[in-house]
Design a protein around this ligand. Structure first.
Ligand SMILES: Cc1cc2nc3c(=O)[nH]c(=O)nc-3n(C[C@H](O)[C@H](O)[C@H](O)COP(=O)(O)OP(=O)(O)OC[C@H]3O[C@@H](n4cnc5c(N)ncnc54)[C@H](O)[C@@H]3O)c2cc1C
Length: 348
């Protein structure tokens, strides 16, 4: 139901709407509370031939100093309802503007459901989960995803997309590739489970329990969530205190030849993870650390001391500072390892 007047603001500073706290202004800015408001917003954009950008919590978005010469639509569509339930699982329809971390707490604390407990403390909205197949500590969106409802900006019609249509990959989906900017996701259906999770768990979670002499078979969904909260609190900056976009670089993918080369040079225990196709994923945070950049101030930006993959904004004046720091980090890593590292957050 539409219950608020649609307001379109002009020249709104986007730095306040992203967790990196940098960048210029949106020429036009509207808050979307109900999917019924979309046609009016489309009309506004079409009449002035404006490009559109959909914003959630801004925790994976970098804004350039020029800002966005178009219409930014901040998705705040709320809603949480049970769409289906049987003896083993519950499916939820969630408004795309729902806060993800709050939903994880609700699912675990109030409903004792499993499937999302390791994805606690990830900032942002439900609508952004499918964009990069958000994941952490051994769980990812595609494991619990059923479908989503989205407005197709090209056809002006709503569509339902299932997991196959989203083509989820590692921190990837069609929404970061050929369907980038094509949809406004308005709701997401997720399936959680009544049975508690069973080991094996992600290595860092197992270590957390074994260090405390807690048998892995006995841990509850709630205990896993609490363990991830503790682990993350030690490694990641609190977005309410330190500006960042979480992991700023993607872990790099390298060939098996390159992996052997690196093992010879840096030892057998370097953080390499074998992939199904024979390639390897290498921990980019480790490379940044080895390039002596962890904790170092670079143009007001600093690879976080707890996790060098996270680039924090300590005193950068603008996006240009971030870009200079990014180039310096990429160059130093390339000089040491011969590997090109790529930015993870999307940029406007
Ligand atoms: C401290 C910190 C820790 C983090 N940890 C993790 C982690 O462990 N794992 C992980 O995967 N990510 C992590 N992130 C990144 C981020 O939290 C996630 O990517 C999150 O899903 C972004 O949500 P958002 O609503 O803030 O997205 P935004 O930054 O607002 O948007 C991200 C992208 O999604 C698009 N988008 C957003 N909503 C919609 C919609 N409704 N329809 C269409 N497109 C949309 C935007 O256009 C943009 O391209 C972390 C970030 C921070 C700051």
């Amino acid at each position: 139901m539409k219950d608020k007047m649609l307001e379109i603001k002009q020249n709104l500073n986007l730095a306040n709407y992203t967790t990196m706290k940098l960048g210029g202004a949106a020429q036009h800015f509207a808050t979307l509370n109900d999917e019924a408001e979309i046609p009016e917003l489309m009309k506004f954009a079409k009449n002035q031939n404006l490009p559109i950008f959909i914003l959630g919590g801004g925790s994976n978005t970098i804004v350039g100093d020029a800002g966005f010469a178009g219409l930014v639509i901040k998705n705040e569509i709320l809603g949480r309802k049970i769409a289906y339930e049987d003896e083993t699982s519950v499916e939820f329809d969630l408004g795309a503007g729902e806060n993800w971390d709050k939903f994880v707490h609700y699912a675990v604390d109030k409903k004792n459901l499993s499937g999302a407990e390791a994805m606690v403390m990830i900032p942002g909205t439900v609508g952004a989960l499918p964009i990069q197949n958000v994941g952490a500590y051994g769980q990812e969106t595609s494991d619990i995803f059923v479908s989503l409802k989205a407005y197709n900006l090209e056809t002006g019609k709503f569509e339902t997309l299932d997991a196959e249509a989203c083509e989820f990959g590692y921190r990837d989906s069609i929404f970061r590739a050929h369907a980038s900017g094509k949809y406004i996701i308005t709701s997401v259906r997720l399936k959680l489970f009544k049975k508690p999770p069973t080991p094996p768990y992600y290595a860092a979670i197992e270590k957390y329990f074994t260090d405390r002499d807690i048998a892995l078979e006995d841990v509850t969904t709630q205990e896993i969530m609490n363990a991830v909260v503790k682990i993350r609190s030690n490694k990641l900056p609190n977005p309410n205190e330190i500006a960042s976009s979480g992991s700023f670089f993607k872990n790099a993918i390298i060939t098996s030849e390159k992996a052997s080369e690196l093992r010879q040079e840096f030892g057998e225990n370097i953080p390499l993870f074998a992939l199904e196709n024979g390639d390897y994923k290498i921990a980019t945070g480790w490379m940044i650390d080895k390039a002596a950049l962890r904790g170092k101030m670079i143009h007001g930006m600093r690879p976080h001391s707890g996790n060098a993959l996270v680039l924090t904004n300590i005193s950068a004046k603008n996006y240009a500072d971030l870009a200079a720091a990014r180039t310096e980090i990429q160059q130093k890593v390339f000089e040491k390892f011969g590997i090109k590292i790529e930015q993870e957050p999307l940029e406007i």
